[in-house]
Design a protein around this ligand. Structure first.
Ligand code: SF4
Length: 336
């Protein structure tokens, strides 16, 4: 078994000293004791800081974390190391559990791009022209937006979800790049994109990826569908973050360019030490704002508990469960 110092020394986003790692180990001990006292589980998104991933019971993308949260039965508390909409999703699916978000600054600029009242007005307007309009919302949306949606999707299953609907006209909320990717996968649908984007993935340019590939033509390029279409066109595979993890583990290629938020390359560097991961990534400040101290304080003080009013939770849960029916609760494929 590698030590924590050995594992964290493979990470490229941060340069950890031996002193940092000793502090992390002490905090991990405190967090383990609090977890037992509170009967809690810790789940963490792939983009979180490596020292938090190492104390989590489960690490995954938003679909995997939603599935995981829905299944928690034995624990009383879910400490959610993700961003606000993810903790809300956990509460929607598992209202009997206490869901804690350790740092309230962990929001999401993409989710904020679609306020529920604006969406309600847009649906009303579009239904005049398209009476069969269905609203498909990416999981990166607030609970109030999910409540207005017919069905939810993630980056791992968006094409499959849209293809499952009988409706031809689809309002796809809030990511225009993912909407574009879905329109290519399901060409018989009329996809009307909400004009939101993730500021992290939007910063990555085709010129940047082209330069890296020109210097190293053998790299296998994995791109997240929140990236611009002209970046996605350069990919060997367009995948969700957990799709990238499975692809990197199962594929015979040994060197990859991982085009998404930088946390994913750090996770891969720790979990797949015999392969090489070149970074074509950007940092999300929302995903990096939470510290190990925040996780400890969250469990110690039971803060910050996420609440979703029943009149929002019930329709939001219906839209989420429809997604699970379509995907049978399974993540998408990740073939090489
Ligand atoms: S990476 Fe983009 S979509 Fe994900 S939390 Fe950050 S801002 Fe939101």
């Amino acid at each position: 078994m590698p030590t924590l110092l050995e594992e964290l020394s493979r990470v490229k986003t941060y340069e950890y000293t031996a002193e940092d790692v000793r502090e992390f180990e002490a905090l991990h001990d405190e967090i383990r004791a609090l977890k037992a006292e509170r009967n809690a589980v810790i789940v963490a998104h792939n983009y979180y800081r490596p020292e938090i991933l190492k104390i989590a019971d489960f690490v995954g993308d938003s679909l995997e974390l939603a599935l995981m949260a829905a299944k928690v039965k034995d624990a009383d508390v879910i400490c959610f190391c993700g961003v606000h909409f993810m903790a809300e999703t956990a509460k929607i699916l598992n209202p009997g559990r206490t869901v804690l978000l350790p740092n309230l600054l962990a929001g999401c600029q993409l989710a904020d791009a679609a306020p529920a009242e604006d969406l309600a007005a847009r649906i009303e307007e579009l239904r005049r022209d398209f009476p069969d309009l269905a609203v498909v919302s990416y999981v990166n949306t607030t609970a109030a937006v999910k409540a207005l949606s017919d069905i939810i999707c993630t980056s791992a299953n968006a094409g499959k979800v849209v293809a499952s609907l009988p409706n031809r006209n689809i309002l796809f909320v809030p990511d225009r790049n993912l909407a574009n990717h879905v329109a290519e996968q399901v060409p018989d649908k009329n996809i009307i994109a909400w004009e939101g984007f993730c500021y992290v993935h939007q910063q990555i340019t085709p010129e940047e990826i082209g330069r890296i590939r020109a210097n190293d033509p053998e790299l296998e390029i994995l791109v997240h569908p929140e990236c611009r279409p002209d970046v996605a066109k350069l990919a060997d595979a367009v995948l969700s973050t957990s799709g990238m993890v499975r692809y990197a583990k199962e594929c015979s290629a040994t060197r990859f360019l991982v085009v998404t938020e930088c946390g994913l390359s750090d996770r891969l560097a720790m979990e797949v030490p015999d392969k090489q991961f070149v970074k074509g990534c950007k940092l999300c400040t929302f995903m990096k704002v939470t510290s190990l101290e925040d996780v400890r304080d969250s469990l110690a003080r039971m803060r910050y508990a996420i609440e979703v009013p029943e009149e929002v939770r019930v329709p939001a849960e219906r839209a989420l469960r429809r997604m699970f029916e379509v995907t049978e609760g399974k993540p998408g494929p990740a073939t090489c």
